[in-house]
Ligand binder design. Structure first.
Ligand code: F7E
Length: 332
């Protein structure tokens, strides 16, 4: 049974990847920080080996690698909120950037043959130099988070080139799901739209509606992570859909789904604007398609619908109702 280690297993991507690796027959280990919420793992937690470790401590990482001897390590742990990274720039650098170096160095010390996946981000492209973005597009990060991810990306490239390690980065564009953390805009929109529909909220406060993102489904994207580590050669890959929409379109699509006019509920609040913005990012995932036979399956509309529907369902479950969902109402 191959052994895999996922850092940050309790997040959106960690939970989808853990499920995928279990399905593929792996012995799955995962790290999480003390006191972190493990709710996303609850339905299959008994099949996982969980370890309380954060990427702030290289020694603990080395001990864990020595004990479990993984074939593959997926580094998904990070301070992943772009907005929060302006409030916590040093901690973001410590975990998101230097944490990657700690992990790579621990792998080098324990077993150089371990295959390593780094979660790089489209935030590295920032103020984009060309459109669409490929693996060769230069970076211009626009936040402490983006800067930290650039470090993580290049230290991964550097370990590959210096030590001949199988280390590669997936440059992932935005990827969403009903498991998305509540701080991210898609999750906030889906949750609040469901609350407005069910009468427990009356407005949705947002910042920049013009920002454009290439939104995919997280469950599709974790499959690309695994494929990258099964390839003959380690390479970096852009993972995205190539389909771009602005935040306002996400809002409109979510309100449309529940039959409400978004203009009556959305309030623009300067508090949610960022000191520097990434205006638009667009993936060119050609390399992933050609080398890995990877393609996203879910469309923008399907993702919006899936997220709003999941939030409506949560509200219904909390209220102990058995009424049919909006989807079923519409079908009827
Ligand atoms: O913001 C705008 C905001 O926080 C998207 C992370 O997974 O993807 C994610 O980073 C856009 C921005 O994601 C609100 O200004 C408007 O333009 O959902 P977000 P992100 O910053 O794109 C990349 C690929 C990662 O790697 C990151 O880890 O939405 N926006 N109003 C808002 N954003 C938030 N959060 N809240 C608002 O009220």
């Amino acid at each position: 049974m191959p052994v895999a280690l996922i850092t940050g297993i309790n997040g959106q991507d960690g939970s989808y990847l853990a499920e995928e690796l279990l399905r593929l027959g792996y012995d799955v280990h995962g790290t999480h920080r003390p006191q972190s919420d493990l709710g996303l793992l609850s339905s299959f937690r008994d099949q996982l080996n969980l370890h309380q470790i954060d990427l702030g401590c290289g020694e603990e990482i080395e001990q864990l690698l020595t004990a479990i001897q993984p074939r593959e390590v997926y580094n998904l742990a990070a301070q992943s909120s772009v907005g929060k990274s302006w409030d916590e720039p040093v901690e973001t650098g410590n975990i998101t950037a230097i944490g990657t170096a700690r992990l790579l160095e621990a792998i080098r010390q324990v077993d150089k043959s371990i295959r390593f996946y780094q979660a790089s981000s489209s935030e590295m492209f920032g103020k984009v130099i060309e459109t669409p973005q490929t693996e060769l597009t230069p970076f211009w990060p626009r936040s402490p988070y983006g800067v930290a991810k650039v470090y993580g990306h290049f230290i991964t490239v550097n370990y590959r080139e210096s030590y001949d390690m199988f280390a590669c980065s997936g440059i992932l564009f935005n990827h969403e799901s009903p498991r998305r953390g509540s701080a991210f805009v898609t999750s906030k929109i889906a949750r609040t739209v469901a609350e407005i529909k069910s009468g427990s909220a009356n407005e949705l406060r947002l910042g920049n509606l013009q920002a454009k993102r290439d939104w995919g489904f997280a469950g599709d994207f974790v499959k690309a992570m695994w494929k990258m580590l099964q390839a003959d050669q380690p390479r970096d890959y852009v993972i995205g859909t190539g389909d771009v929409h602005c935040v306002g379109e996400f809002v409109e699509c979510a309100f449309d789904y529940v039959g409400l006019d978004w203009r009556k509920f959305v309030v623009i609040d300067p508090k949610f604007f960022r000191p520097a913005e990434v205006d638009v990012v667009t993936a060119d995932p050609t390399r992933a398609k050609e080398d890995l036979d990877w393609q996203p399956k879910y469309s923008f509309e399907q993702i919006v619908t899936m997220m709003v529907e999941a939030e409506l369902q949560k509200i219904q479950n909390a209220q102990g109702q058995t009424q049919p969902s909006v989807i079923n109402n519409k079908a009827a």
